[in-house]
Design a binder for this molecule. Structure first.
Ligand SMILES: *Cc1c(COP(=O)(O)O)cnc(C)c1O
Length: 407
């Protein structure tokens, strides 16, 4: 815990100093989006004050420096996830966009009638719906890896689902609704044993765990900037070179072409083939400030700190009568999802909000998870590196108060 200087970290995030409903803010909705450190906020201002210009186009000075800064991000992401090539990093709008890109382009080239795509029971809607749309279009079949009552995937059932019909596996690294960390290396290895590529949704993994795409041997990795201390509107799709090259382009437009005539258009090479149109330049450039920030703290230090906070919070919450944790996997990350007997999650959320405590309530874009547990939703407290034991104490006190009022 000593490795994170928490007072210094907190001072880096201006928004954490504000009050909400007359109370100091306790921000525990990091699974939805994280707050931004001053270095990222400054990078946004700096971009517009100093270099605003379109990328990959002009010969003029400003266009060159904004292009250089945008491409620095690509290489920073490459290093951060240890991709072999910088052109294997596609800059997208976010996780949803990255998964839709693969569903559309990989789907177009490689998925046929009767073939199967495997996802899991704990996916975010953005790793369910694109595949359903693809299956509907192609007459393909969606298969779902079941999970147990603790929120752990049934790996035996997964092994049985894999077959000659399987064309892709797409699973989340960490569940946003349950906090489960899936055995992603084992999932990948089992699929690779029958030559099936794997997409990993790392939207809840990238900010909490060290990820090395070469070590994992993952085929596609998707994540969002805004959940890792960067602005909204930027994300990443990592893909292995051979797969990306074999896929048709996503959207048509500027930047993704080599030559356009009315008779025939030839496509640009990687990564530009998948980056049509003007990107979110400011967010793209600022993603590199967020990665620098994470690197300075050290992702392993972040994980150790958050693990300790999670254990602290878990021990306190299970003492509250009537509270039931949803998601009790042996391997968990920074999410406390729970229900209170006889109380709607929304009512807890409203009382906590009055006390300045921000949590999320509802199905967390994972309705099938809620269906499996037979509940309409949960209250979710999700942690980031700037949360403290004091935040947890305030949250637990607020929750006690809410439970006493409502039960
Ligand atoms: C947030 C989230 C997504 C979607 O990310 P967007 O930034 O909304 O595109 C997908 N999967 C998981 C696990 C998430 O937590």
């Amino acid at each position: 815990m000593e490795k994170i200087d928490i007072q210094k970290v907190r001072a880096d995030f201006p928004l954490l100093r504000r009050e909400v409903n007359g109370k100091p803010l306790v921000y525990l909705d990091n699974g939805a989006t994280t707050q931004k450190p001053k270095v990222v906020i400054d990078a946004i201002t700096n971009y517009y004050s100093d270099m605003n210009s379109n990328v990959h186009r002009g010969v003029h000075y400003l266009s060159q420096i904004s292009t250089d800064a945008f491409e620095v991000t690509r290489r920073k992401v490459q290093e951060f996830i240890n991709a072999k090539e910088d052109f294997e990093v596609i800059i997208t709008k976010g996780t949803t966009d990255s998964i839709n890109l693969v569903a559309t382009c990989y789907g177009k080239a490689f998925i046929h009638e009767g073939e199967e795509i495997i996802i899991s029971a704990m996916e975010h809607h953005s790793n369910i719906v694109p595949w359903q749309m693809l299956c509907e279009e192609k007459g393909a079949v969606l298969r779902v890896i079941p999970m147990n009552a603790k929120g752990e995937l049934d790996m035996g059932a997964y092994a049985n689902l894999l077959s000659a019909k399987t064309k892709l596996v797409s699973v989340t690294y960490v569940s946003n609704a349950l906090g489960t960390i899936n055995p992603i290396k084992e999932i990948i290895d089992l699929a690779h044993a029958i030559n099936v590529p794997v997409l990993v949704d790392a939207a809840q993994g990238i900010q909490h765990l060290a990820i090395d795409v070469q070590k994992l041997d993952v085929d596609f990795l998707a994540f969002s900037g805004h959940k890792m201390y960067a602005p909204t509107g930027v994300g990443v799709l990592y893909g292995k070179k051979d797969l990306l090259n074999a896929m048709p382009p996503y959207q048509g437009g500027g930047d993704m072409i080599k030559e356009v005539t009315f008779e025939k258009t030839t496509y640009n090479e990687l990564p530009f083939k998948f980056e049509a149109g003007t990107p979110n330049i400011e967010a793209g450039i600022c993603l590199s400030a967020a990665i620098d920030y994470i690197n300075e703290l050290g992702i392993d230090n972040i994980k150790a700190y958050e693990d300790e906070l999670l254990a602290y919070a878990t021990n306190k919450i299970i003492e509250i009568p009537g509270v039931q944790l949803i998601g009790e996997a042996a391997q968990k990350s920074s999410v406390l999802s729970f229900v209170v007997d006889g109380v709607h999650p929304y009512d807890i959320g409203v009382i906590l909000d009055k006390l300045g405590i921000a949590v999320r309530t509802g199905h967390h874009c994972a309705q099938p998870v809620m269906d499996q547990f037979g509940i309409p939703g949960t209250v979710r407290a999700s942690l980031a590196v700037y949360n403290t034991k004091e935040d947890i104490d305030n949250f637990i006190a607020g929750l006690n108060r809410a439970v006493n009022m409502l039960v």
